[in-house]
Design a protein around this ligand. Structure first.
Ligand SMILES: [Zn+2]
Length: 217
C-alpha cells in the first residue's frame, strides 16, 4: 500500500493491521511541498502498526516535469475552502495511475495479493484519478498484467472524512491521528487554512473531538 502519512492512508493501514494482514508500505517522494513532513508521519505510522519496512520510492521526475501547485517551486497552495478553481491547482496529473502501477509491481515482487488504495467519497470529483470508475479500470489492468495474482481494494471508498475518522477510532487498535499529516504547505506546523486542513478540522468537529495535532499560531 501507499503510505503518505495522511488521515486516509493511516486509516487504510489501521484497517488492514486490525485484519491481521502483512503490510508492505511504500512512501512516494514526488517532490510535493509537504513530502518531507508527510514522510515523518509515514515512518511513525509504519512503526506503530508494525508493518514490513517502509520503502521510499523516488519519483523526483514528477516535481521536475509535471505541473501542479502541490509541487515544490511551483505556485502557492490556495487557502480557504475547496472549490473547483482553487482545488484544481493542487491536482498532480496522473499521480494515482503511477502510484498504483508501482504498488502492483511491488505486490507481485513480495508475493502480496492486494493493493490497498485510500480513495474515498470525500474526494472531490475534480480529482479524476480518485473516482470509482478509474479504480475499477486500474483493477482490470492490474489483474490482467499480474495474471489475477494482484487486485485493488478500496476499504474506505464509501466513507467521507468524518466517516473515516469514525471508523479509524473504532478499530481494536485505533488509528493514532496525532501522528498524521494533512496540510499541503511547506511548513512544519499545519496551517489550518488550506482546503486540506479545513476539511480535517471540520471532520474532527463533526465527531466532537479536538484535532490532536499542533497548528501554526
Ligand atoms: Zn494547511
Amino acid at each position: 500500500m501507499g503510505l503518505s502519512g495522511g488521515m486516509d492512508s493511516a486509516t487504510v493501514l489501521g484497517y488492514y493491521y486490525n485484519k491481521k494482514y502483512q503490510i508492505y508500505p511504500l512512501f512516494f517522494n514526488y517532490g510535493s511541498k509537504h513530502n518531507k513532513y508527510e514522510f515523518e508521519s509515514a515512518k511513525k505510522l509504519a512503526e506503530y502498526f508494525e508493518t514490513k519496512p517502509l520503502k521510499i520510492v523516488e519519483l523526483d521526475f514528477i516535481g521536475k516535469i509535471f505541473k501542479s501547485n502541490l509541487l515544490e517551486n511551483q505556485g502557492e497552495i490556495p487557502e480557504g475552502h475547496y472549490n473547483d478553481s482553487n482545488m484544481s491547482l493542487t491536482v498532480v496529473p496522473g499521480r494515482n495511475s503511477i502510484f498504483i502501477t508501482i504498488m502492483a509491481g511491488y505486490a507481485e515482487s513480495v508475493g502480496a495479493d492486494t493493493v490497498a488504495v485510500g480513495t474515498h467519497m470525500g474526494d472531490h470529483y475534480i480529482y479524476l484519478d480518485c473516482r470509482p470508475i478509474f479504480i475499477s479500470a486500474m483493477n482490470t489492468a492490474i489483474q490482467a498484467s499480474t495474471g489475477e495474482k494482484v487486485h485493488i481494494e478500496t476499504p474506505i471508498q464509501h466513507l467521507d472524512k468524518t466517516g473515516i475518522l469514525k471508523i479509524g477510532n473504532s478499530f481494536t487498535k485505533p488509528v493514532p491521528y496525532e501522528l498524521t499529516r494533512t496540510c499541503y504547505k511547506n511548513q512544519e506546523f499545519s496551517c489550518g487554512k488550506c482546503g486540506s486542513c479545513r476539511e480535517r478540522l471540520e471532520a474532527f468537529e463533526n465527531i466532537g473531538r479536538k484535532d490532536p495535532i499542533q497548528y501554526q499560531k
